[in-house]
Structure formats: structure tokens, C-alpha cells
Design a protein around this ligand. Structure first.
Ligand SMILES: Nc1ncnc2c1ncn2[C@@H]1O[C@H](COP(=O)(O)OP(=O)(O)OP(=O)(O)O)[C@@H](O)[C@H]1O
Length: 362
């Protein structure tokens, strides 16, 4: 029996606001882990649709708002989000522009410039935060608008992760020392122009692609308005075990093989914890032996313009003293990895905290 129109909000949207009169084909799109992805071909072009049977619309709402914030800057290419909502059978969906990806990763210097343009264009009058909470990996990311960057970063980034570590591992040592640091980071921001700008928030190679014309495209945001780092293109991939940097810029389009090699090293480090069982199971199914951690290759703010691919004119000025704040930004991701994957990441987080406490005499 044909489904009635109201039973299928995806079809309904495509055939009304999507301006199609006919859906000519629906094909699965591989590659994602968390959601089921499909391509809908119609007489009004193609649409990209993701559905999730278990989670309500809030995840896709955050994705749609993130994509639309980036889209509206008119800088780097991102799929235009059209519609998200609940499925009548439970679960949720998002419909967005279908992008035909190209074979190469595109020109990394263009990626750098366009990202910086996005950072520059995505201003926020509300301060630091975002209109909706989202996730970093599967960890909730609290985006309550806050006028003061130091307060935002201390409370909603470091503080949140520290509390999580205390609550799930009973780790009061990292919690107490980390909180001491979080309360004393002020001096690291002296003489810095602190101005909110829009970040993709989870920039790793899996979320970067290019279209048929070689134009860079970014996907899967964990957007929020963060401090403008003054970087043209702050990207690197951290290996999970040692956090040795593998610069994606050096990979010449062969990111996946290096990524896979790095991921291969990670499998022993895997730790299950209750919080992330759902996501882990899906990833294990998705990637077999490689396991779950590919979703969480770290985006690290690093290497301002030191990579040859990023040489050239700066789009944004670098703020003084960035080097002394860099590890503070990395600390958020180390703490998140500790919370997601377990004690393999504790010592890295702890040593950053201890180094800062010494440096700040806190
Ligand atoms: N707008 C788009 N147009 C065409 N293909 C897309 C689009 N967005 C994503 N894709 C492709 O669809 C696949 C799944 O998308 P995505 O990675 O966003 O899925 P996911 O399950 O939500 O995320 P994750 O990668 O975090 O598991 C990816 O391989 C990507 O290449």
C-alpha cells in the first residue's frame, strides 16, 4: 500500500516546498556512521536526506542551524539545509542540498582562505555561544550565550568536561586542578582582542570535502561562536595515541589512507563507557576492526600559516600570545577524548593542566 502523504514528511516536503513533481529514485549514500543517508533524485534536482530512527529532531536541528549559520556567511561552501523534523514512526530527518563531491580534496590553500573568510564573516552580537546546544563527538556541548569569552570557555568548555570526568570516573584530582586552572586563565588573554566569530567546531578530515569544481566543502558542524583565533586555517589531525600531529595539509588528497593508519594504532586504546555506548556500537558496526574513534579525530587549533599550503596573505591578524593559549584550546579536546575513550587521554590532559598551573603560579 502506498504511504499517505502525511506519513512521509520527507517526500511531502520534496514534493511541495522542494518544488519537485516527481521523485525519480532514492539511493543510499554510504560513509556516515550515526545516521542513514540517502540521495533523492527528482525532476527538481537531487536532495540529500539523513534519517535517524532512535534520536528526536534536536540533533538535526543543531546540524541545520550550524549549516545555515555557515551558509549565510556566503564564504565556504556548505550544503544548504532545507528542513528537519520528526518522523511519524519515531526518529528524525534532515533534508539538505545534495552536493556532488569531486575526487580530490581540493586546494587546501583555498580551504584555508575560505575558512578564514567564514570566521571573519560569522560575527555574533550575542557574544560567545550558539542558539542551540550541540555535541562534540557524542559529548554534549553547551552553548549558552555568554558575553565574556573567558567565562564561556572556563565554564561551558573546560568546566563541563571536568565535571563529566568527575561524575563518570570519580576523578576528583583532574576536576579540582582543572577547575583551579579554569578560574585562573585570565592572564593568558591579556592584550588580546577578543571577538566572537563563527567556527565549524569539529573540523577534521572526515568533515572536509570538495565539490566537482574542486571548491572546498565543509560538513557536519558543531558550530559555535568562539574567539577569533586569528588563524588562516587552523587544522590538524591528532593521532589518538600520542596526539602526534598529522597535518592534513600534507596529505595531498590521500587523507584516508593516513587516517586509517592512524586509526589502526588506536584500537587498543578503546575504552567503553556507559555514556557513549550508543555511538560506539554504531561505529563498531560501521567500521569493523577500526572501531569507533574515527569520528573523533581531533580538530586542533594549530600551526598558523606554518604549512606551505597556507602561505600567503593572512586573512585575519594573529593575536599576540596565541602560543601560550594554544594548549588551553587543545585541553578541551583532550578532556573530551578522556571522557569519550577513557584513561588513555588522562595524562595528556593532566600535563597541560599542571604546566599551566605552574606557569600561572595558580
Ligand atoms: N550534502 C551532501 N550531499 C551529498 N553527500 C553528502 C552530503 N553530506 C554528506 N554527504 C555524504 O554522506 C555520507 C554521510 O554523511 P555524514 O557523514 O554527514 O553522516 P552522519 O552519519 O550524520 O555523520 P558521521 O560522519 O558523523 O557519522 C558522507 O560520506 C558524505 O560524504
Amino acid at each position: 500500500m502506498m504511504a499517505a502523504m502525511g506519513d512521509d514528511p520527507i517526500r511531502e516536503w520534496i514534493l511541495s516546498e522542494g518544488k519537485a513533481t516527481q521523485i525519480t529514485g532514492i539511493r543510499p549514500v554510504g560513509g556516515g556512521c550515526i545516521n542513514r543517508a540517502s540521495r533523492y533524485d527528482t525532476d527538481a534536482g537531487s536532495f540529500f536526506v539523513k534519517t535517524n530512527r532512535g534520536i528526536g529532531p534536536s540533533m538535526f536541528e543543531a546540524e541545520a542551524l550550524g549549516l545555515s549559520a555557515m551558509y549565510e556567511t556566503g564564504s565556504i561552501r556548505v550544503p544548504r539545509p532545507f528542513k528537519f523534523g520528526a518522523l511519524p514512526t519515531g526518529g528524525s530527518y534532515i533534508i539538505m542540498e545534495f552536493i556532488e563531491f569531486g575526487a580530490s580534496r581540493g586546494d587546501q590553500s583555498v580551504l584555508g582562505r575560505k575558512l578564514a573568510e567564514m570566521h571573519k564573516a560569522g560575527k555574533s552580537a550575542k557574544g560567545f555561544g550558539f542558539d542551540i546546544d550541540n555535541t562534540i563527538g557524542s559529548t554534549p556541548q553547551i552553548n549558552t550565550w555568554t558575553s565574556d569569552w573567558i567565562e564561556f570557555y572556563s565554564k561551558h568548555r573546560l568546566g563541563y568536561q571536568l565535571k563529566l570526568a568527575r561524575d563518570q570516573y570519580g576523578d576528583s584530582t583532574i576536576y579540582e586542578r582543572g577547575q583551579r586552572l579554569a578560574k585562573n586563565i585570565g592572564p593568558l588573554f591579556e592584550n588580546v582582542v577578543i571577538e566572537p566569530c563563527l567556527l565549524q567546531g569539529d573540523l577534521w578530515s572526515g568533515n572536509i570535502s570538495s565539490d566537482k569544481n574542486g571548491e572546498p566543502v565543509i560538513l557536519d558542524p558543531a558550530c559555535y561562536c568562539n574567539i577569533a583565533s586569528g588563524f588562516k586555517a587552523p587544522i590538524a589531525i591528532g593521532s589518538m595515541s600520542s596526539l602526534q600531529r598529522v597535518s592534513m595539509i600534507d596529505l595531498n588528497g590521500d587523507t584516508n589512507s593516513i587516517l586509517l593508519r592512524e586509526l589502526g594504532k588506536l584500537t587498543q586504546l578503546r575504552r567503553l563507557n556507559v555514556l557513549n555506548m550508543g555511538i560506539m556500537r554504531q561505529n563498531l558496526e560501521c567500521h569493523g576492526v577500526l572501531g569507533l574513534e574515527d569520528l573523533f579525530i581531533m580538530p586542533i587549533l594549530r600551526y598558523p600559516c606554518s604549512q606551505s599550503s597556507f602561505s600567503g596573505e593572512r586573512v585575519m591578524p594573529k593575536q599576540p600570545g596565541f602560543e601560550k593559549r594554544r594548549d588551553l584550546y587543545m585541553l578541551y579536546h583532550y578532556l573530551n577524548h578522556y571522557n569519550l575513550f577513557g584513561s588513555g587521554y588522562r595524562s595528556s590532559a593532566m600535563s597541560i593542566i599542571d604546566d599551566y598551573l605552574r606557569m600561572l603560579k595558580a
